[in-house]
Design a binder for this molecule. Structure first.
Ligand code: ZN
Length: 232
């Protein structure tokens, strides 16, 4: 795959991609507990891999993942998690979108790997603001990844959906044996484990992750290409 990650591109290559396809991908996640079986950067890593898969289909540049989350598990007393104020999320979103416009991008796709309600709303509020102020010039699409796979494959927190994505993208990053065994705990204690949604021990698989990604691409690629075509 040709390099499309902003931080790994030399200026002429970055400019060429931008000229050919002025789409910027912005993976946005958090530092957050995702169960004993999954890595702490899951939201950002998942969003990053999704953006890379999207860019492979549409062209464009993938920016480094943003690690900055509001409405995290820290609010439920969980450690291994950083929580930032919603005002900061809003400011960062606003300035990222404006800076990407200055760089000449026409479509910005923020893939939100972290689903905190107020976190998502803050970013989407800024997207709406930019879309109305720069109508016809810049179009921002800001969606949690599950927006493109629901209702068949809804989002969760370290459950079958997120765990499957990681089993597909980075199999070594998942270790289901770190969760209590099904024999000992037929029902996973969601609160104690900090895991929400379908049980990853029985329902997660790399194959499910691959199918989720295929569904996401099927819905998101035409939307993104349509957004760019609508501006040209
Ligand atoms: Zn997550």
């Amino acid at each position: 795959m040709a390099e499309c990650r902003m931080e790994w591109l030399k200026p002429d290559d970055y400019r060429r991609i931008k000229r050919e396809t002025p789409i910027a991908y912005l993976p946005w996640g958090a530092h957050e507990w995702h169960g004993k079986h999954a890595v702490l950067g899951l939201d950002s890593l998942k969003a990053d891999c999704i953006c890379l898969a999207l860019a492979q289909r549409t062209g464009g540049v993938v920016f480094p993942p943003v690690y900055c989350g509001h409405g995290t598990m820290q609010r439920h007393g969980q450690d291994c998690t950083l929580e930032f104020p919603v005002e900061l999320i809003e400011q960062m979103a606003r300035h990222y979108f404006l800076q990407l416009r200055v760089e000449g991008f026409r479509v910005v796709v923020a893939v939100l790997g972290h689903y905190g309600r107020d976190h998502v709303r803050a970013i989407q509020r800024m997207a709406e603001w930019v879309n109305s102020d720069f109508a016809g010039v810049l179009r921002v699409i800001a969606e949690p990844d599950y927006a493109w796979t629901s209702p068949e494959m809804p989002g969760d927190h370290a459950g079958a959906n997120e765990t499957s994505y990681m089993m597909h993208f980075a199999p070594d990053s998942v270790d289901l044996s770190r969760l209590p065994s099904v024999a000992d705990s037929p029902r996973l204690d969601a609160k104690a484990e900090g895991v929400g949604g379908p049980d990853p021990r029985t329902e997660a698989s790399a194959d499910r992750g691959r199918r989720q990604l295929e569904m996401l691409l099927e819905h998101a690629v035409p939307q993104i290409q349509g957004a760019l075509a609508g501006l040209r």
